[in-house]
Design a protein around this ligand. Structure first.
Ligand code: UDP
Ligand code: MG
Length: 160
């Protein structure tokens, strides 16, 4: 039940100075930050992270976006954290992302717009989509000693 998931605030989120507001939302529901760092990834790393998308038409734009500036990588822990964070992130296409979600509240572009311009959808944030991928992605982005076990007030009030 208690899961860990990878969140990456992509360069568009960092450059729009939304990191604090995005992290605040995750903390507000009681999710716990167990690891966090700013990294500027290269193309090779991006290929590993997004290997399921390597052959897709949007991959070149996605690689260009992810490597254009630093990202903030976070490991989030909580009850059903993987699905919880995906719910808070919202749909991949900003236009379709519901108000109240991170993508729905802070972005608005469409698949059509991004495809016509030949760019990736700037949707601010990545979050692991399954238990299997969460484990693979956390291992790719974080060493064991960069993850921390500690208690927050939420452990006392909502978990224990
Ligand atoms: N993406 C895009 N065009 C598409 C599909 C995806 O630019 O038609 C980008 C978008 O930034 C998305 C990322 O590629 O967040 C990874 O795609 P995925 O389908 O895994 O979406 P996510 O899991 O991020 O919602
Ligand atoms: Mg995905």
């Amino acid at each position: 039940m208690i899961e860990q998931t990878l969140v990456v605030i992509k360069p568009d989120g960092v450059q729009r100075c939304l990191a604090g507001r995005i992290i605040q939302r995750l903390e507000d529901v009681g999710l716990k930050i167990v690891g966090m760092k700013m990294v500027w990834v290269n193309k090779e790393f991006t290929r590993q992270h997004y290997k399921e998308h390597l052959e897709k038409h949007f991959y070149p734009g996605l690689e260009a976006l992810l490597t254009v500036g630093p990202v903030i990588a976070i490991v989030i822990e909580g009850v059903n954290a993987i699905a919880q964070v995906r719910k808070m992130v919202g749909s991949t296409e900003p236009k379709s992302a519901a108000p109240g979600t991170i993508r729905g509240d802070f972005s608005h572009v469409t698949y059509e717009f991004a495809d016509k311009k030949g760019v990736t959808l700037k949707n601010l944030i990545h979050a692991s989509d399954s238990d299997k991928n969460a484990k693979i992605e956390i291992k790719l982005w974080f060493k064991k000693d960069e993850l921390h076990a500690y208690k927050t007030v939420h452990d006392m009030h909502t978990i224990e």
